[in-house]
Design a protein around this ligand. Structure first.
Ligand SMILES: [Cu+2]
Length: 338
């Protein structure tokens, strides 16, 4: 009787959940299509203001979390200023964001952190209560209750709704990271075992290799395993399109402060972008296990003013002109007919 009485509402409940779930998925995919074709170009054009509006909620949370983090860091004896362009001892958070993409990654991370904390507290409290309330001592005569359609619908629908809420900023971020909205220059990066080759196709096509500086050769203040003999120089407040390829195995060009981590794959051209808003020297590393010296192919990016960049380009054109003609990042086979 008990089971029979519960079957019908359960089936209806399941049907309801399935139909509404399918509805949500359909609706979501329709939104994504509209978003890609209609909203995305506009979004790119004005992503700063859009970001401001959409992320204002998570910005407030971010401020709260940052304030908490700063407090904890201060207690632990580290100042917030220590979070610079490279990893610092005992660092637990991200490196300070210097691009719009990394700022959004930070916001998204902080939003997720709040959601996770609320869920964890709720589940823990619920379990503690159940353990106490229904223990053998407090509840010696257990009831034979089974099935509760309303609760079953709630515990299915609520997680779906949480996932839908998370998917909105998540997808927006994915599309924003994907392609440069209005690239002003291109940087071609070719990964090799175990160094990087950089090419500036918009500035005369000069190219150079960057390898790690050995520990014994480090000058004062140069970070170990992160210093390269040649820095990638880019202008500040400029949208840089990065084209990535590899000459041998899969590597990944990763710059934590930029929110960039993109694989460099042999025979394939990947794209990413960054727009650094603060001058300085930033460090990253290859982030794909690519062989024995995987840990020894650092990335060093110097972000300078537009004037200094123009001066550097003029100098670099002469300095790197002596190198043998740069190998194309992606080699295309040519067929010659006799
Ligand atoms: Cu590598």
């Amino acid at each position: 009787m008990l089971v029979g009485g519960g079957v019908c509402p359960t089936i209806i409940g399941s049907c309801f959940i399935t139909v509404s779930g399918a509805g949500i998925v359909l609706e979501l995919s329709r939104h994504i299509q509209t978003y890609r074709s209609v909203c995305l170009p506009q979004y790119y054009a004005a992503y700063d203001e859009e970001t401001e509006r959409i992320m204002s909620f998570s910005k407030n949370i971010a401020a709260l979390v940052t304030a908490l983090g700063t407090g904890i860091a201060a207690v632990a004896g580290f100042s917030a200023a220590a979070l610079a362009s490279q990893p610092v001892p005992w660092q637990t958070g991200f490196q300070a964001a210097v691009t719009p993409v990394m700022e959004q990654i930070n916001d998204f991370h902080n939003l997720l952190l709040v959601i996770i904390i609320v869920i964890t507290i709720f589940v823990t409290a619920l379990m503690m209560y159940v353990m106490w309330r229904f223990s053998a001592k407090n509840n010696p005569e257990p009831s034979k209750t089974t099935h509760n359609t309303l609760i079953e619908i709630i515990w299915t629908a609520v997680p779906i709704m949480i996932l839908v809420v998370i998917s909105v900023p998540s997808l927006k971020l994915l599309y924003l990271e994907d392609k440069a909205p209005n690239a002003e220059m291109t940087l071609k990066v070719t990964a090799n075992q175990f160094y990087w080759n950089y090419e500036y196709p918009d500035h005369g096509g000069f190219a150079f290799d960057a390898t790690m500086v050995d520990e014994a050769d480090l000058k004062k203040g140069q970070p170990r395993l992160l210093t390269a003999d040649e820095a990638v120089v880019v202008p500040v407040n400029t949208e840089v399109r990065v084209l990535l390829a590899a000459a041998d195995v899969i590597h990944a060009w990763a710059m934590p402060a930029f929110g960039v981590k993109t694989d460099a794959v042999p025979g394939r051209l990947n794209e990413t972008w960054f727009k650094v808003t603060k001058e300085g020297t930033y460090y990253g590393q290859c982030s794909e296990l690519c062989g024995t010296n995987h840990g020894f192919m650092p990335i060093m990016v110097k972000v300078v003013s537009k004037e200094d960049f123009a001066k550097w380009v003029a100098k670099a054109k002469v300095e790197y002109a002596s190198d043998e003609a740069a190998e194309p990042a992606v080699k295309v086979a040519t067929i010659t007919k006799n």
